[in-house]
Design a protein around this ligand. Sequence first.
Ligand code: GDP
Ligand code: IMO
Ligand code: MG
Length: 432
Amino acid sequence: MPLKILVGTQWGDEGKGRIVDLLSAQSDIVARYNGGDNAGHTVTVGDHTFKLHLIPSGIIHPHTMGILGNGLVINPKSLISEMEMLRETGIEVSPDRLKISFAAHLITPGHITLDRAREATLGKGLIGTTGRGIGPAYTDKVSRKGLRLVDMLDLPLFEEKLRLHLQKVNYDLAFYYQMAPLPEDSIVSEYVEYARQLQEYIVDTGALLDIALHEGKLVLAEGAQGMLLDIDHGSYPFVTSSNVTATGVFSGLGIGICPVENVIGATKAFQSRVGAGPFPTELDGEMAERLRGTGAKPWDEFGTTTGRPRRVGWLDGVLLRYARRINGLTDLVLTKMDVLSGLPEIKVCTAYKDKNGETFAVPPLGINHLDQYKPVFEILPGWQEDLTSVRNWDDLPENTRSYIRFVEQTSGVRVMLASVGPERSQVVEVPA
Ligand code: GDP
Ligand code: IMO
Ligand code: MG
């Protein structure tokens, strides 16, 4: 079947952008189904690095069409500046190549201000959001008072709805946070201008995808975030507000259930997390600095969207098995293998232990109470060789190959590809 799904199996930033770029070579359509500009997907081609927040990473290939599905919350200012950034590098971004669902929701300065104001009051319960207004925009969606892209097609009505929304936000800002109101008139004229610029792109993307799938076109669904941040299946409440998992593809793109060729899990060779929440295999001190890097290299573990240092730790096999179950993973792509070079030994968490010493391969309540478990590690020998110029499985050091096989064994999912650097060509196919 022509549908493939690429989903992050951890807490985001697994290297999804670079994998989507690779898979896009064989895709006709690349479609985002969740989240918004909280995502930051990096693609490196030659010496050019693209950082994409909303537009599907497939857009870099000239033959693909990009779709922003109904499951998204879209900040039109970010979207328009991303369109301009791409055009400046010679990439065509036109209504023929990019389609936006009429049913996607809009993010306004009201959502952004409320997101930041709420975080500022949470103290120890801080989520550590990206501050992009994601939570408040999805809250408006489920409260049935959101603004949608379709509203931008009728400007007088749009203006009316936007004014009502801003008045409600200003009431909440004053009442709950004792904050000054946002300027209604200037936001309205800014948003009316965005509407004029985006109108041509707004269509029924679900209907378009249905036709494409029936014609046998190859569709790739590009997940944002990672499944441990999913609103239903993630480490609640330290999650994002959307359906990140592979099953979210159908509702987030507006297509019926259909066979899926592969559900590919993007997995970093170690674990990272940006923002608050439990993290059983987290490291600190020297080893954390070693995995995170100092920020000197473009791929060091600092957020693509916010620049925040990411928390890092050893690969968590328990959570990877959970990701397999919830997403129905058929394959994994293991990224950043090159970062592990030079370590004497590498740990992988294979089980959890609770405070009474009881060991769990799968904790009784899924990934709830993660902070109550200590990881049980398997220790594997490291390798000293630089991997960045390796392109063939047989040229990988034996211990690297054993590490990859160990990940397959622990997760129960085959690894199809391992990446050894951020550049498009820095990948090694893994034989079955
Ligand atoms: P995404 O959100 O899942 O698309 O991931 P990000 O782009 O936020 O973060 C992944 C980072 O790792 C980016 O800087 C990528 O360029 C980089 N990267 C991806 N794969 C590799 C790899 O195999 N090796 C190294 N060194 N960097 C990689
Ligand atoms: P990509 O697609 C990593 C995290 C935030 C925070 C939580 C909620 O690049 O992998 P939000 O702003 O969504 O309300 O924040 O989710 N988060 C991400 N972490 N990568 C991402 O996207 C993320 N998008 C959101 O740090 O902990
Ligand atoms: Mg990212």
